[in-house]
Ligand binder design. Structure first.
Ligand code: GDP
Length: 463
């Protein structure tokens, strides 16, 4: 993102593309109120535009033609998203008209906003920190209720609070080290490096390790996991996929790139985004075209986070099932006995016998029996139990945070080790300072510009 003068005014269509009931144009910057007065004619001949109050009127071109009927609101600085003067024009949702009005704002001195620039301004003005800015993006992109909750907690500052508390502990430790550096003789007896090492461990290293552990579950909630349905032909793979899709009231998006051999859908299971893949029947085949499909299916199984290995309960497990099971048993998997509506007790016993070590769930894709239990099992395999999940939902670092946390942790571990080894205090302070800087990077206190640019470029224009 190029360096721009701070005082310019930006404008963009803030609502999603496509025809909607209303569409909103947002402006931010010192010229926003004057631009509004040039293109918006209020019905009230003596408008005051009190802050945060909608005003009814029409939007006109420079030569006086009416473009739309609209509501305008001027939000006075600094009580706004960007801390600057913000104007919103609530128009009818035609993209054509919205674009005309937007160009009119450019004619009066605004410039097109870069992706994420409103949120970047909020960050630069200190209204939100970097983890909160990222949470805005995550909230916009959340696939399920749980990923949205995680983002909402981060937006409220949950992660920042956790990091600030660790930073506070580091600052106290650094202060002790600095006293020891400045007054080496006075404090020679008071300074106990071993005790400080233990303190560093309990109030900094352990909390950092907990946060890092939570980031993996956070990643799953944000990005989801891939679950592959595998099994011989006719065991009911497509039926199970369809049954799970029907169960899923919050169906999100069909995935692009669906091939003839594998069908992929995205669903929410217990609030976890699941990329569900139905593979072509995996079996040895002479036909080269079908063989390619089978090969692709095998690769899906190899890279899946979880495999649902389906058995036909009507016929029970056979040699072909066992052979196939041998190729996937090393992957995280559940054995799912389908067609339980027509299965006898012997089939379940045979499954328990043949796949004894694995977790077995019995379902009927036709009647829906057992689907609840299957969903619970999938969720548990993905994110563990409810207690662990609760902690993660409260606060979980994302991939960027995790990389930086790992560096902070490495610096702290080096320091704790050096404390035990009796290394001189000056060197200890260097590591503590480095850990502090890394934590500052996460919040956005010391984040390099290219990292900021990368983060905000992931936003859409208008946000
Ligand atoms: P795929 O080849 O593994 O994808 O299997 P399909 O989903 O096409 O199902 C194969 C056959 O099994 C179809 O005739 C389905 O109607 C039937 N089927 C699938 N699930 C069930 C079930 O739970 N119970 C019964 N009775 N039949 C099922």
């Amino acid at each position: 993102m190029a360096v721009r003068p701070k005082s310019d005014t930006i404008a963009a269509i803030a609502t999603a593309p496509g025809a909607g009931g209303i569409g909103i144009i947002r402006l931010s910057g010192p010229a926003a109120p004057s631009i509004m007065r040039q293109l918006f004619v209020p019905n009230n001949p003596h408008p005051e535009f009190p802050s945060h109050k909608l005003c009814y009127g029409t939007i006109i071109t420079a030569d006086g033609q009416i473009l739309d009927e609209a509501l305008a609101v001027h939000m006075h600085a600094p009580h706004t998203y960007t801390r600057e003067d913000v104007v919103e024009l609530h128009c009818h949702g035609s993209q054509l008209v919205l674009r005309q009005i937007l160009h009119q704002t450019f004619a009066f001195g605004a410039r097109p906003a870069d992706p994420g620039e409103f949120t970047k301004r909020a960050f630069l003005a200190g209204r939100i920190d970097l983890t909160q800015a990222e949470a805005v993006l995550e909230l916009l992109q959340a696939h399920t209720d749980k990923s949205a909750r995680l983002a909402a907690n981060q937006l409220q500052g949950a992660l920042t609070d956790a990091l600030e508390s660790i930073r506070g502990q580091l600052v106290s430790i650094l202060a002790l080290l600095e006293v020891a550096i400045d007054f080496p003789d006075d404090d020679a007896e008071l300074f106990d490096a071993m005790a400080l090492g233990e303190q560093l461990h309990s109030v900094v290293i352990a909390p950092l390790e907990r946060l890092i552990a939570q980031s993996e579950t956070g990643r799953i909630l944000r990005e989801g996991i891939s679950v592959v349905i595998a099994g011989r032909p006719n065991v009911g793979k497509s039926s199970l996929l369809n049954a799970l899709l029907r169960e899923d009231r919050a169906l999100v998006t069909p995935l692009a790139g669906t091939t003839r051999d594998t069908i992929e859908e995205m669903i929410s299971i217990r609030g976890i985004p699941i990329h569900l893949v139905d593979t072509a029947g995996i079996r040895a085949h002479e036909n080269p075209v079908e063989a390619m499909g089978i090969e692709r299916a095998r690769r899906k199984v190899e890279t899946a986070d979880l495999v649902l290995f389906l058995i036909d309960g009507q016929v029970g497990p056979g040699d072909a099932d066992l052979e196939l099971y041998g190729t996937l048993r090393e992957r995280p998997h559940l054995v799912v006995m389908n067609k339980r509506d027509v299965a006898g007790a012997e089939a379940v016993e045979a499954c328990l016998r043949e796949f004894g070590g694995a977790r077995l769930v019995t379902v009927s894709a036709r009647t829906g029996q057992g689907l609840d239990e299957l969903q619970d099992a999938v969720a548990e395999m993905a994110v563990g139990n409810e207690t662990e999940l609760g902690e993660t939902l409260a606060c979980a670092p994302n991939v960027r945070h995790r990389a930086v946390l790992e560096e902070a942790l490495a610096a702290c571990r080096r320091c704790a080790e050096a404390m035990r080894a009796g290394v001189c205090v000056d060197l200890l302070a260097v590591d503590v300072q480095s850990a502090l800087d890394h934590l500052g990077d996460i919040i956005g206190l010391t984040t390099p510009d290219d990292v900021l640019d990368e983060i905000f470029s992931r936003f859409c224009i208008g946000k």
